[in-house]
Design a protein. Structure first.
Length: 139
């Protein structure tokens, strides 16, 4: 990669090897990573809604005396990304379709969507953050 004086990436140099698609190659080489690229010039823009855990604790009823379960709501349970760049084919998505967005999770079209203003909801992330929390806690 090439960076400018401020340390921002301005160029990425890579090679494409169609034989390594899917992570394996006929000659046994192991693919270290895969880059998914979307042309900003041809992409469509969309709003992406990343839903997280609704509650801040694994057991929302783990309460102090006199507390209400609503005090355990996670204030960061929804992150909204605007101006996301997507493959142009997603302009034809229907409510029944499901998609995997690279390294993020699985998504579906939101009923709030309109032509020219698409909204996708994450239905399942690819990483289980509760498992990491439980591992740290020794559960």
């Amino acid at each position: 990669m090439v960076k400018d004086a401020a340390g921002n990436i301005v160029e990425v140099h890579c090679s494409y090897d169609p034989a390594s698609r899917g992570g394996n190659s006929p000659d046994g080489r192991k693919v270290k990573s895969t880059m998914h690229w979307v042309s900003a010039a041809h992409a469509i823009s969309a709003e992406i809604r990343l839903y997280g855990n609704l509650f801040a604790k694994p057991d929302p009823y783990d309460l102090e005396e006199g507390q209400d379960v609503l005090e355990n709501l996670n204030p960061n349970s929804l992150e909204v990304l605007t101006g996301a760049k997507l493959e142009p084919s997603l302009a034809n998505a229907s409510l029944a379709d499901r998609f995997q967005f690279e390294r993020v999770g699985y998504f579906c079209l939101d009923p709030d969507s309109t032509p020219g203003n698409l909204v996708f909801n994450r239905t399942l992330p690819l990483k289980d953050s509760w498992a990491k929390i439980e591992k740290k806690a020794g559960v």
